[in-house]
Design a protein around this ligand. Structure first.
Ligand SMILES: Cc1cc2nc3c(=O)[nH]c(=O)nc-3n(C[C@H](O)[C@H](O)[C@H](O)COP(=O)(O)OP(=O)(O)OC[C@H]3O[C@@H](n4cnc5c(N)ncnc54)[C@H](O)[C@@H]3O)c2cc1C
Ligand code: FES
Length: 258
């Protein structure tokens, strides 16, 4: 059943939580009712004529009662406009969109791995995995201590590029160290972050024979499978390409060529 809706949603709050990073909370009982971890919403960041015509996609970071939470980095015009929202403003949202993470497979430990703002979908995923009774180990990598955000995560290990917090290096190196010291019979990696990180993680998962699911964050235009602008090459299938917005954003690392 497709339960996607388009609606105007009232903003509850929009606060800076780390360097260039904002937490936006808005009310949408309809989206909360059907949202699953790994799905995203597509937002018009300003009224038509006052900002970009194209919507901007954001992972659903957490749901609570009738509230959806998003965490985003300000990188350009749309995210700058979004960050200026105040309680009582209204935003035009389409969602939930895309395929969720596959959480119910045969594994005991979930290894959650994020690079930068790739942390966004992890709180929602964490909450859900706890319901499945999974053990959770979380690995997050940032440029520096100012960007670190770990709220609503479980068993968190931090890596920073400049060594200002946690492990000095990248998050894939940190995960590899952890895997070398701990033996997991049945683990599954869930990851979100920049493509370069996801490529390195795909290699590591292959070497360690661990099932790995990636949430891709390529650029999108329509967000609903019409424009074909978000195609990603499949490794093998009858169709050569998959659409990140419709077939993803979550894919097994063995399914796509990054
Ligand atoms: C499924 C999905 C989920 C996402 N979830 C989140 C999230 O939870 N939090 C978050 O902060 N961001 C997320 N993003 C990325 C977010 O959509 C972009 O940062 C946003 O669209 C940028 O809009 P803008 O108008 O501010 O930037 P623009 O002015 O459009 O671009 C500014 C700069 O950022 C680059 N850029 C734009 N979009 C992306 C992108 N997707 N990946 C890499 N570089 C990009 C542009 O090339 C340009 O250099 C997600 C993207 C996808 C596809
Ligand atoms: S963004 Fe248009 S098809 Fe995916």
């Amino acid at each position: 059943m497709n339960s996607m809706v388009q609606q105007l949603c009232p903003v509850q709050s929009c606060k800076k939580i780390a360097t260039d990073t904002f937490l936006l909370r808005f009310n949408s009982p309809d989206i909360v009712a059907s949202a699953q971890p790994g799905q995203f919403v597509n937002i018009l960041t300003a009224e038509i004529g006052k900002g970009p015509l194209l919507r901007r996609p954001f992972s659903i970071s957490r749901v609570e009662d009738n509230i959806i939470e998003l965490i985003f980095h300000v990188v350009g015009i749309g995210t700058n406009l979004l960050s200026q929202n105040q309680p009582g403003d209204w935003i035009d949202v389409i969602g939930p969109l895309g395929q969720p993470f596959h959480r119910d497979a045969d594994y005991g430990t979930a290894l959650l791995v994020a690079g930068g703002i790739g942390v966004a979908p992890l709180p929602f995923l964490t909450n859900d995995l706890l319901k499945y009774g999974k053990r959770i180990e979380t690995f997050v990598g940032y440029r520096n201590a100012g960007q670190v955000f770990t709220k609503h995560l479980q068993n968190v290990r931090i890596a920073t590029d400049d060594g200002s917090d946690g492990f000095h290096g990248n998050v894939v190196q940190l995960l590899e160290l952890f895997l070398n010291q701990n033996n997991f019979q049945k683990a599954k990696i869930f990851a979100c972050g920049p493509t370069v990180m996801l490529k390195a993680l795909t290699e590591l998962a292959k070497r360690k024979s661990i099932c790995c699911e990636l949430s891709l964050e390529g650029q999108m235009a329509c967000g609903i499978g019409i424009c074909q602008g978000c195609a990603v090459e499949r490794t093998e299938d009858t169709a050569k390409y998959a659409l990140v917005c419709k077939d993803g954003p979550a894919f097994l690392s063995t399914e796509v060529n990054l």
